[in-house]
Design a binder for this molecule. Structure first.
Ligand SMILES: Cc1cc2nc3c(=O)[nH]c(=O)nc-3n(C[C@H](O)[C@H](O)[C@H](O)COP(=O)(O)O)c2cc1C
Length: 182
């Protein structure tokens, strides 16, 4: 089975909501999806190495933590060296997404840090191109480096319409690339 792996960490549901928007869009575009998380404090299954090894593409989400990815995500990537040595993720399309409480509190640096292990694995990183109208219209989250949400002072997990549109564009784009590369 060819599937998009949507792999995320989320403590207060913002990144989880983004994961489900990306997943819905990819499924709507005709791609099977596996949604997985990094730890057993979620309703979703915990990711295995085989989930990652066998995916046709990856959407990787983490909250912004001091301008970087959350430690459960980092810990998982440090268990993937066998896949790296075998080159098993090379040429698979991937995207990253994040949520932060403040707009200029490090969401872009987090997205860039999340891209690094994927680049080491040889994945094909796709960001968000400017032909996505919401990227220019958004007053909150959304970057060319990947989808983002700004949860604000109240830590709201409700995504704005522009943030949803950007997440959906990521799901669509990954689905399109997976089909083209098959
Ligand atoms: C330890 C810790 C560090 C954080 N660091 C940042 C930060 O650097 N910048 C920021 O804007 N928000 C930061 N936040 C807030 C989270 O990124 C924000 O609440 C996010 O929306 C949580 O996503 P989630 O609901 O998917 O867990 C931090 C939160 C925690 C618990």
């Amino acid at each position: 089975m060819s599937y998009l792996l949507v792999l995320y960490h989320s403590r207060t549901d913002s990144v989880k909501n983004m994961a489900y928007e990306i997943s819905d869009a990819a499924q709507h575009a005709g791609i099977d999806v596996k949604i997985r998380c990094f730890s057993d404090d979620s309703d979703d299954l915990v990711v295995t190495i085989d989930d990652l090894k066998n995916c046709a593409g990856l959407a990787f989400g983490s909250p912004t933590r001091f301008g970087m990815m959350a430690s459960p995500a980092k810990q998982f990537w440090e268990t993937t060296s066998d896949l790296w040595l075998a080159g098993q993720l090379i040429d698979k399309p991937a995207a990253v997404f994040t949520s932060s409480s403040s707009q200029h509190g490090g969401n872009e640096s987090t997205l860039l840090s999340m891209a690094l292990p994927l680049l080491h694995h040889g994945m094909l990183l796709c960001g968000v191109p400017y032909d996505v109208p919401a990227l220019s219209a958004t007053q909150t989250g959304g970057t060319p480096y990947g989808a983002s949400h700004v949860s604000g002072l109240t830590n709201s997990s409700n995504l704005s319409q522009d943030e949803i549109a950007i997440c959906q564009s990521v799901g669509n784009r990954l689905a399109k690339l997976i089909k083209q590369l098959q």
